[in-house]
Design a protein around this ligand. Structure first.
Ligand SMILES: Cc1cc2nc3c(=O)[nH]c(=O)nc-3n(C[C@H](O)[C@H](O)[C@H](O)COP(=O)(O)OP(=O)(O)OC[C@H]3O[C@@H](n4cnc5c(N)ncnc54)[C@H](O)[C@@H]3O)c2cc1C
Length: 369
């Protein structure tokens, strides 16, 4: 029986598994990931990290996908084998969906840093903050994640947001910036621009300009990089370590890639961004094509929905933008309602197999706002 192996149990891996199961035709499908849960990373800035965990068995068991709890250490493309916790697993088609990780800085005291990159990191931060008020937090990195966690932490006390660029949200462009600045002002979030972190002491953050901020809550939120497994696949990689894929998510030969490990073209001008918004349709495309390739069925092309962003700004609401120019469509309460709607929608349905399989067939699912 031909074997589709998927590495990773996040958005891209899970949706690749569901899409492959939808095509099926007598294929064996195995998803390899170390944890029992699918972790919905976009929810990890929320106060309760447990809301970001969904048991993988609830999705995979009803559709007959085998879950191998293991970490892949090596991929042998010539032999068509992955090595996971010492076991060799052969494949006929491989979907690499091992995601990304925050790159931690090499500064003195870096082990004291908190993060909301993994569920373990978010749990550690939640336990540290439990029952506390008047906490001074330092958040390093004013990109999407840094802004969300800074706005959330503002409910607990003073927040200092540190950013090496000249502006907050440097990659978000000028469209939403006035709304973001206004929200940070409303929340009382202080900004230190053109500045970075020099060291984390016991009870203080030391900034590159020499300022020492008393704080036992220093959160690192700058810099993501694709899984290092990408280096084991022959192919071109971009500055984030992502593999170049074609419109069918194929890297080379029998290997497909999806999600934060893949630099697919969104359109003639843009590559996808590392986001669940893109990981989900990429996973569906890769899973379908890996299975269809083995069964001699027609492939599908990656067809993403129009690009939107919705940045949670805590008690100040949110800012929702449309398009790559990030034109602001909604702010405040309305944008926050849409964010909450999105956060619910990113959970794959677990109580309705037909709906799950039907969703896998809908690659282009726009947010209807
Ligand atoms: C705080 C935060 C907020 C975010 N907010 C948003 C947002 O609002 N909107 C948005 O679109 N995106 C957001 N993102 C980004 C989004 O979460 C990621 O782009 C998305 O999770 C990528 O999905 P993925 O499946 O490619 O990878 P991941 O979700 O990273 O999943 C990777 C999977 O691979 C597994 N894995 C890794 N290495 C191995 C290995 N060696 N062997 C086996 N398994 C392995 C992991 O355990 C995991 O199951 C946010 C991220 C964070 C951290």
């Amino acid at each position: 029986m031909s074997h589709v192996v998927i590495v990773g149990g996040g958005f891209a891996g899970v949706w690749a598994a569901v899409a492959a199961a939808r095509v099926r035709g007598g294929l064996r499908i195995t998803l390899i990931t170390p944890g029992d849960d699918m972790v919905l990373r976009p929810r990890l800035y929320e106060p309760d990290p447990e809301r970001a965990a969904l048991p993988l068995r609830a999705v995979l068991a009803p559709i007959g996908v085998h879950h191998l709890r293991a970490t892949v250490e090596a991929i042998d493309v010539e032999a068509r084998v992955v090595h996971a916790d010492g076991a060799a697993v052969g494949y006929d088609r491989l979907v690499l969906a091992a995601g990304s990780r925050l790159v931690r800085p090499e500064v003195p005291g870096a082990r004291r840093l908190f993060d909301v990159d993994t569920i373990e990191g978010a749990r550690r931060l939640a336990a540290h903050l439990k029952g506390r008020r008047d906490v001074t937090s330092v958040v390093v990195g004013a990109g999407f994640t840094g802004l969300e966690i800074a706005a959330e932490l503002a409910a607990r006390g003073r927040v200092v947001l540190v950013e090496q660029a000249e502006v907050v949200g440097p990659d978000l462009g000028s469209g939403p910036r006035p709304a973001i600045e206004q929200a940070l002002d409303d929340l009382g979030v202080e900004r230190r621009l053109r500045t970075t972190l020099a060291a984390v002491e016991d009870g203080a953050a030391v900034l590159s300009d020499g300022t020492r901020i008393p704080s036992d809550t220093v959160v690192w939120a700058a810099g993501m990089r694709a899984s290092s497994l990408t280096a084991q696949i022959p192919g071109r990689r971009d500055a984030l370590g992502r593999l170049e894929v074609d419109a069918r998510m194929r890297v080379t030969g029998d290997v497909f890639a999806a999600g934060d490990v893949a630099a697919a073209r969104f359109d003639a001008e843009h590559r996808v961004v590392q986001s669940c918004q893109h990981a989900t349709p990429m996973g569906k495309t890769a899973g379908h094509n890996a299975a269809a390739d083995l069964l001699g069925l027609p492939p599908i092309d990656f067809d993403p929905a129009p690009y939107v962003t919705d940045l949670d700004l805590g008690a100040a609401g949110a800012v929702y933008t449309r398009g790559w120019e990030r034109e602001v469509a909604f702010t405040g309460t309305r944008a926050k309602e849409i964010k909450q709607w999105i956060m619910e929608r990113i959970h794959p349905p677990v109580d309705d197999v037909r709906q799950l399989l039907a969703l896998a067939g809908q690659v282009n699912l726009p947010v209807p706002f």
